[in-house]
Structure formats: structure tokens, C-alpha cells
Write a protein that binds this ligand. Structure first.
Ligand SMILES: C[S@@+](CC[C@H](N)C(=O)[O-])C[C@H]1O[C@@H](n2cnc3c(N)ncnc32)[C@H](O)[C@@H]1O
Length: 384
């Protein structure tokens, strides 16, 4: 079974419709820059220059243009000699969530703040691992690499293949063969070890790993299998091994819809109610132990409750906020990326006089939070 890609996955969002319009422009530009880049593509200098922009620039327009050019360059490399092929547009439904299609995965690079922050964090993570461990090359597992494996490929000019080696995993075989082709096209094949077309939520690595990277997520950890993937892979790290992203946190907050979508970000109201889930290497084992399975076989984390302070404006509404700490200072917060776009819980209405909010994280093929007012029969107002 397959279904359409959620465009919020990769769009840098300032408002959904606005961002979608931008995509139409992007494709036109991509075609143009695609031709211009082809000439300098062969020796990898264009790739490294564009990667450096993503690693160093703080100018959004430059980041966006670099991401577009990288998408064009990698697509051309992946499709070279295959004029009749396209990337598969079908998602795959897995037992722990949807794996987005090779076509959609290729476009993730266009979510430029995400790509830039992940590259910065991953670079620091690899440097930290090189200092922490003496074995060479470092054993790095890249789960959900997609057809370009950008979070490895775009760092190859910063490291030696004697020091870092990636094992690539993706559920889509086509993505793996494309990723290998792209590495080889830029003379970076030595950075790749094994490639496995398998489910990262159940994969067993033969030895403990130095670094694991996985970005198989959507905002509020819904739909895609990031939680299951991390709960499987984090315990397979070496002692002191590094997980990228270091931590993903979903929190609930009250917000004021009248100030949320205006031009002044600082006018936004946030009354934090606390975390619903914190996902990092340290608490992965604990979360695994806490998973409950009901009589029908449905798995979830234990239900929780958040207190709502008294005396607040009853018109305030609820949102789920996702923050991603990639590594060190590299991070993504509200509206930075499709994966950290707040989920506005419209169905729950305004908070009124209520003093508590109940929630539960559901695992399985449709992962995500259920959130409800405890006064109603639980969970009467599932969010997703
Ligand atoms: C969001 S894309 C990321 C692509 C690329 N790593 C990037 O950051 O631009 C997620 C990728 O993970 C793959 N994927 C998702 N869940 C998976 C799973 N459980 N096992 C293996 N691959 C998975 C999808 O097929 C897709 O290629």
C-alpha cells in the first residue's frame, strides 16, 4: 500500500500555502541550475563548495540556493546514463510507520535549514567520535539514507575515508543503489562499507557502532518510524557512541492563535506545559522497557498527564512543539523546518477552564500522539 507524501515533511514553512507555491518556483530554478552545474560537477568541486555554504552560511537565501543546487547536482549524478528512469514516488508502509518514497526522500535536502543544521551537527559529532575512539575507520550507521545519503556525502570533503566509513541502510533498494552511484560519481566510494535494503527498526549490526544517524521523522514524531528506529539502533551503540540527532523532544504548549501567524515571531505566546516524550540514546533502553502491548497487540508508551496553570486566558489553544538537538549547538526549533513545524491541536479547541491534558504515544504502523482532555472519555480526541 502507498500514499501521497506529506509536503510539510521537507518544506521550510512560513505558512503552508506560501511554502507550497515556493516549490513550483524551485523546480523551474532547479532545471536551470542543473544545466549550469553539470560542467563543474565531475570533480566534486561544486559539491564541496555547496556543502560548505550549508555548513557555514547564515544567510537563508544562500542556504536555500545551495540546497536547490545540491538537489539538482545529486539528481543528475543519480540519473546519469538512465534517461528513462525516475525516482520511485511511492511510500512504503512498514510495521512501525511509513518510509517516504525515494522521490520524496531526495527532496528532503531542499528543507535547507534542516539539511544545514544536520550537516553542522553531524560534522561535529564525527569530530567528537574521532577524538573519543581510537579505532579506524569509525563505524557509522546511516539509517534511512535515501537516494543521495546527503548527511554523509556532503561531509566527505571534511574527512578521510581512512577515518570514517558509512554503512548505508534504506528500506528502498532503489535508494541504496542510487546512493552508492552518487558517492562513486563524485569519487567518494571509499567512504561506503555495506549497504543494506532492510528495516532500520529491526536491523542488527554485527558489532557495536561508533555513530548512528537517522532522520526518518515528521513533526511531533508522527507517521514515520523515527521512534522505533532509534529504540532499535541506540542500544547498539558502543559505550560513549554518538546518536545523531542527540535528542528529539516533543512538548506541549499553549499558544494564542491571534499572535501565532503574524509577521513578528517574538509576539508569539508560549506557555510551556512540559515534555511528552524525550528521545535520546540515554533513555532509549528505558523507553523500550516501558512499552505496553494491549490485548489487541497495539503498542504504546504509558499515558501521561500535564498540568495547566490556573488563571490563564481561556482562549489559549494547544500545540505540540518538536525540537531537534542535532549535536552541540546545531538544533531545530519551531518553524525552522518541516520536521519541527508545530502541530496545532485544532480539534481540542481552546483550553477554557481545564487544568489537565492527557496524552499517550502510540507505536505501530501509524505512530503518533493521542492527546485529549481527561474529562472526556479517553482518548476521545485523538490528534492524528
Ligand atoms: C526523511 S528521508 C531522509 C533522507 C536523507 N537521509 C536526508 O536526510 O535527506 C527518510 C529515509 O528513510 C527511509 N526509511 C524510513 N524508515 C525506514 C526504516 N524503518 N528502515 C529503513 N529505511 C527507512 C526512507 O525510505 C527514506 O529514504
Amino acid at each position: 500500500m502507498s500514499h501521497k507524501h506529506d509536503p510539510e515533511k521537507w518544506l521550510p514553512v512560513f505558512g503552508k500555502d506560501h511554502a507550497q507555491n515556493k516549490e513550483v518556483e524551485r523546480d523551474d530554478d532547479s532545471t536551470r541550475s542543473h544545466r549550469a552545474l553539470a560542467a563543474e560537477a565531475a570533480d566534486g568541486s561544486a559539491l564541496d563548495r555547496l556543502a560548505d555554504t550549508l555548513l557555514r552560511s547564515d544567510v537563508p537565501a544562500d542556504l536555500r540556493e545551495a540546497a536547490r543546487d545540491i538537489h539538482s547536482l545529486l539528481l543528475a549524478a543519480a540519473m546519469a546514463g538512465r534517461p528513462d528512469e525516475t525516482l520511485d514516488p511511492h511510500d512504503t508502509v512498514l510495521p512501525d510507520g511509513d518510509a517516504i518514497s525515494p522521490e520524496s526522500a531526495a527532496r528532503c535536502v531542499l528543507d535547507y535549514t534542516r539539511t544545514s543544521q544536520f550537516l553542522r551537527g553531524m560534522r561535529l559529532a564525527l569530530k567528537a567520535a574521532l577524538e573519543r575512539f581510537s579505532e579506524r575507520p569509525l563505524d557509522i550507521l546511516y539509517a534511512g539514507c535515501g537516494p543521495f545519503a546527503p548527511l554523509g556525502l556532503l561531509l566527505t570533503h571534511c574527512f578521510s575515508p581512512l577515518d570514517v566509513r558509512f554503512t548505508l541502510i534504506d528500506i528502498h533498494e532503489l535508494s541504496l543503489s542510487s546512493a552508492r552511484r552518487v558517492f562513486e560519481a563524485f569519487g567518494r566510494g571509499e567512504f561506503i562499507g555495506d549497504c543494506w535494503a532492510c528495516d532500520a527498526a529491526t536491523y542488527r549490526h554485527p558489532t557495536a557502532m561508533h555513530v548512528v544517524i537517522a532522520e526518518t521523522m515528521q513533526r511531533a514524531l508522527q507517521k514515520e518510524p523515527q521512534v522505533a528506529v532509534i529504540l532499535n539502533l541506540a542500544p547498539q551503540l558502543k559505550e560513549g557512541g554518538i546518536l545523531v540527532p542527540e535528542a528529539i523532544t516533543v512538548r506541549s504548549a499553549l499558544y494564542d492563535a491571534r499572535h501565532e501567524f503574524g509577521p513578528i515571531a517574538s509576539a508569539r505566546i508560549r506557555i510551556d506545559l512540559g515534555p511528552l516524550l524525550e528521545l535520546d540514546a540515554e533513555n532509549a533502553r528505558d523507553l523500550l522497557r516501558r512499552i505496553k502491548t494491549d490485548a489487541a497487540g497495539a503498542r504504546s508508551l504509558p499515558q501521561g498527564c500535564l498540568r495547566i496553570p490556573a488563571g490563564l486566558d481561556p482562549e489559549l489553544r494547544l500545540m505540540l512543539r518538536t525540537s531537534v538537538k542535532v549535536f552541540g549547538p546545531a538544533a531545530l526549533d519551531d518553524y525552522d523546518s518541516g520536521i519541527t513545524y508545530p502541530v496545532h491541536l485544532h480539534k481540542l479547541g481552546s483550553c477554557g477552564p481545564r487544568r489537565e491534558l492527557a496524552y499517550c504515544y502510540r507505536l505501530g504502523c501509524k505512530p503518533g500522539f493521542e492527546v485529549w482532555w481527561p474529562s472526556s472519555a479517553a482518548p476521545s480526541s485523538p490528534v492524528f
